[in-house]
Design a binder for this molecule. Structure first.
Ligand SMILES: [Zn+2]
Length: 302
């Protein structure tokens, strides 16, 4: 219980990633600088008071881009707007009364509350790196999956968006794990934190983010990065997430979500090695699988 409470607290300062187009410009005093890192282009906008935060962000971006490039390359420059206060962030994204909000990602922008204001002592570089890795994963996913005009309409589910960003940023240490999802499902058999993520997100963000992370890791463990890249490419050329998922992965999103839930309910995670960098057991050859796992065939399309 204490662990879940802690996780909820930590998560609370992380995520607010949206498909909303609404935004407001920064003040006239804002400065802008451009940075290139491993072929990606970033434009930093910030107020004079955030010169040091901008410097921190410039220093971590070159290390972040190669991590993101497991999914492909940015096709469009990303503008990172550093807002000097939380209120300025809320005003910029036109969402109010979200005290936990620290960043907001879109196709080619990130609105970021200045790391200088994240805590009493500001924020350390590892936290800035983690946050930007998460948020930039969203931007890259949108750019790989859609165009500037279509990214809002691809119906990419929350578990995929947030799971991909959380896995890429290695945020498993701050998320509920499979065992927590298992407890949750036992207590709430009528709820599905994957398929019902949008409905549960506001009231129970911790379990939604944890389940999203684990479900995405499960997907990646079974089918690999190549299938996820193929899924994004399918979306870009051929419609919504649902049909693209079915074609690229070989089964529907609904069937996949039920497979993940079955894996959790049947406690396949109990025999998994410690550490979330491990592949899920279903990614292993059948002879190495353990527990009462449902046998899953790789789709013929792979
Ligand atoms: Zn996010």
């Amino acid at each position: 219980m204490a662990r879940l409470a802690l996780v909820a607290t930590v998560i609370a300062v992380l995520s607010g990633c949206s498909a909303s187009m609404a935004t407001r410009p920064m003040s006239a005093a804002a400065q802008a600088t451009e940075l290139q890192a491993n072929g990606a282009v970033f434009i930093l906008q910030y107020e004079p008071v955030d010169e040091d935060s901008a410097k921190d962000i410039r220093s971590v971006l070159p290390a972040i881009v190669p991590i993101l490039q497991r999914w492909g390359n940015f096709t469009t420059p990303v503008t990172i707007r550093i807002h000097p206060t939380h209120d300025a962030l809320e005003a910029a994204v036109l969402h109010y009364n979200y005290p936990w909000l620290r960043a907001w990602a879109r196709y080619d922008t990130i609105d970021l509350q200045s790391p200088r204001t994240w805590g009493i002592l500001g924020s350390a570089l590892p936290q800035v790196t983690e946050m930007l890795t998460h948020e930039l994963t969203h931007c890259l996913m949108y750019q790989q999956s859609a165009t500037e005009n279509t990214w809002m309409y691809k119906r990419i589910p929350l578990w995929f968006r947030e799971g991909m960003a959380s896995v890429t940023a290695h945020q498993e240490y701050r998320r509920p794990h499979d065992e927590d999802v298992w407890r949750y499902l036992k207590a709430h058999p009528e709820k599905n934190p994957i398929l019902d993520a949008d409905g549960l997100y506001q009231a129970e963000p911790d379990i939604v983010y944890g389940a999203a992370h684990e479900a995405f890791a499960f997907l990646d463990g079974r089918y690999g990065d190549e299938a996820i890249i193929r899924l994004m490419q399918r979306m870009k050329t051929n419609g919504d997430f649902g049909p693209a998922f079915r074609t690229a992965i070989g089964l529907s999103e609904d069937v996949f979500a039920r497979e993940y839930v079955r894996y959790v309910e049947w406690e396949g995670w109990r025999d998994a090695p410690d550490g979330k960098a491990r592949a899920h057991p279903l990614a292993l050859p059948p002879t190495q699988r353990t527990g009462g796992l449902h046998p899953v065939e790789r789709p013929a399309s792979l």
